[in-house]
Design a protein around this ligand. Sequence first.
Ligand code: SF4
Length: 465
Amino acid sequence: MNTNEHGSLEGAPFLKDKTPGLAEPAGSVALGQSCERSAKQVYELLNAIKPYQDWREAAHRIKQYALANLDKLLVELERNLAAKGVEVIYAADAAEANRLVIEIAKKHNVKNVVKGKTMVSEEMELNHKLAAVGIRALETDLGEYLVQLADQRPTHIVTPALHLSAEDVGRLFADKLGEPYTAEHRALTDIARRHLREEYLKADLGISGVNFAVADTGSLVIVENEGNGGLSISVPPVHVALMGIEKIIPRIDYLPVFLNLLGRSGTGQKLTTYTHVIHGPAPGRKMYLIIIDNGRTRMLADPHTRSALSCIRCGACLNRCPVYRRVGGWAYGWVYPGPIGSIITPQMVGLDKAAKLPFASSLCGACAEICPVKIDIPHQLVYLRKRGANERSSVNSWIERLMWKSWAWAMGGSWRFRLAALALRIGTPLAKFLPWKPWYLGAWARGRELPKAPGPAFRKTWKER
Ligand code: SF4
């Protein structure tokens, strides 16, 4: 959870008044177009492949197996990695994971860190924690680098700077790096490359995420498109890999199905440009793996939402989601946006802090249709809505409870129903004379008028005829 102006660390206040993305209609149009382009490209590519549905089914089953056997597979992974000289450490939560990274950094006298893309480190707010103890951490994935320079948060789990135009990037480089302004893509890439190259050479520690951890061979698989991930893990003398407990797959034979699905579903590529399969530290180097829970076992314990842990973070559901396309990633208030974020976040930060997120969906099912591991996203959203309504939470405010209780009372008998209908009939036309919009209707009431009461009541018409 970040601490800049776009980050609410208190959870996910979806549709809060000043949520960036909602407040900038032009930005949301550009975002929507970009997502649509990406989704179309992915859809066409996937539908051209005959075994695509078989791959999805296989990936779904493998992940279900892995989640059902997580305890054994983690022990197997740890044993195999330890045999190759990797130090494997478990962290119960983000705070413990941060403490471990800082301990490792201090042990190796680290002053400069280069980071490949890792969503887990976003959960940990690792950059801020390292900065607090005087260690400089630099993002090397281009999108992450841009949002770090801009002091923002990623808007997308795969393309973090989706909201920035080439002009924005040109201005950012001029402002933060003192480079002459340009909006030319090639020139911008060259500037970023030139600045980042120097950083790899002076870094004492490289941090990466893990896309897949293979239990039977003790291998960590990292995929990326820019080469920055490979440089971050191979140039500095120490490498710390961070992974959530759910990243495990049982066997190396299963890897191709995931590699086939991840690139295609995420960015419409047949294969991500670089696939690093790491079997241990290079001679003379040190490597650590920190396996992080941070709320995942809570999700695992709930059979209704367990399968959300199968997510391979391809981002396809975000690109397809009509809500995400309009509001962008910041509106979700935490690390994981879009349909999958609306399932993960409430369970990680607590339903009481993010109970509105499961409602950030039209339940159209486009997310489930494209998900490469067949997560039943809409059903899980409905389940979390129900939990949110039954547990005391921000959704379940006293005014809402009062409204539902009144509704239940009105529906409890014919004379009550008639009385309520009469009250509405009289009250609705009068509502427009109110000098203020009812505050509890919030953003919904702005720009909308209450509907006019329709003609004579049905019962009256029935009686007359
Ligand atoms: S839920 Fe499915 S579609 Fe969405 S990011 Fe995860 S794997 Fe991709």
